[in-house]
Design a protein around this ligand. Structure first.
Ligand code: ZN
Length: 334
């Protein structure tokens, strides 16, 4: 095996071996990650291009097409060597029709028939699904969920999303909207306003922005904290609060404990409903590790019903930010 790393590209050349390859594409608000994934779930080539949503979706699609041509050129593969192309999108996606319905963080991506646009260009079967569902597929096949039949993969970042695997299959639901764990209601009246328009949702209590809101509340209340010093007059970010918690700041630790409790309570309902064997936790906020996972696990254990609660294991995601491209590459088969 021979590995070349050049700027943002990585190429692994396995000489003399015919492999089944698929392309996985993870579209984010800032960058589009593109990878060639082999039949063992290994990334053999990767690249990224800017999303530049403000230029219109056609601009991003053209960049993606060019990146696919670059991939084929640099790996010396032709279209017939590629079994399929899968896309993960952060938003509402119609898997059957291959259409991105809307992606709140990527303005302009409304009713975009991305599968057809790519199939027309390359004549390679193309599928598209929600990005967290792609991450769940990746973790199920090659990460923390290997060997599981029933699992929930959640990502905690700006919002809380999930991909559900029930009886070995990805759950999409009647209108491709299944898995919105972030909008489990935790409060009937007068709860905090959520991005979905309702109030009292899990995501409105526990996500990146709520960490910042809690931290700012403590500062306004005159509490002396490490994160106040660390931000040194600038904006507070979830990362700064996390670093302060890791350095032993009691207020920052308390914020992550509250976050873990909210997510644990939300997950208790999901565990009672679906009886999964594993809950895999990923996303930017989850990088905090045990300061979030410990209170989460403790709350889940206390609040879930006994039989379902004792069957579930909570573990961190294994594939990190490659789960999206690896999972997207698996859409062709699922
Ligand atoms: Zn909501």
């Amino acid at each position: 095996m021979f590995v070349i790393v050049f700027r943002n590209r990585t190429i692994v050349i396995n000489k003399g071996k015919a492999m089944k390859n698929r392309i996985g594409i993870d579209v984010g608000g800032t960058n589009v990650k593109i990878a060639l994934v082999d039949d063992k779930g290994k990334i053999v080539y990767s690249n990224s291009v800017p999303t530049r949503a403000e230029m219109g979706y056609e601009y991003t699609v053209n960049n993606i097409k060019q990146a696919i041509y670059d991939l084929m050129k640099e790996t010396k593969l032709s279209t017939k060597d590629i079994e399929g192309i899968g896309f993960g999108f952060p938003g509402q996606v119609d898997y059957k029709a291959g259409i991105v319905r809307n992606a709140p963080n990527i303005p302009g991506w409304v009713e975009v028939p991305i599968a057809k646009l790519i199939e027309d260009e390359f004549k390679i079967p193309t599928r598209v699904d929600n990005d967290v569902r792609c991450a769940a597929l990746g973790e199920l096949n090659y990460g923390a969920g290997k060997g599981c039949e029933n699992l929930i993969c959640i990502t905690v970042g700006t919002g809380i999303g999930s991909g559900l695997i029930v009886n070995g299959k990805l759950v999409r639901g009647a209108s491709n909207a299944a898995g919105e764990i972030g909008h489990i209601k935790l409060q009937i009246h007068d709860g905090p306003l959520c991005g979905c328009g309702d109030t009292g949702c899990l995501e409105a209590f526990a996500s990146g922005p709520s960490i910042v809101a809690m931290a700012e509340d403590y500062i306004r209340g005159g509490k002396s904290t490490k994160f106040r010093e660390m931000a040194s007059g600038g904006d507070i970010s979830p990362y700064i609060v996390c670093e302060a918690a890791k350095a032993g700041d009691p207020v920052a630790k308390r914020i992550f404990t509250i976050m873990g409790e909210y997510i644990g309570v939300g997950l208790a309902s999901v565990v009672n409903l679906l009886n999964p064997e594993k809950i895999i936790i990923g996303g930017g906020v989850a990088d905090a590790g045990d300061i979030l996972l410990e209170p989460l696990k403790e709350t889940l254990k206390k609040r879930a019903m006994k039989i379902a609660g004792s069957a579930v294991e909570v573990v961190p995601a294994q594939l990190g930010n490659t789960a999206g491209v690896i999972g997207a590459s698996l859409l062709i088969e699922s």
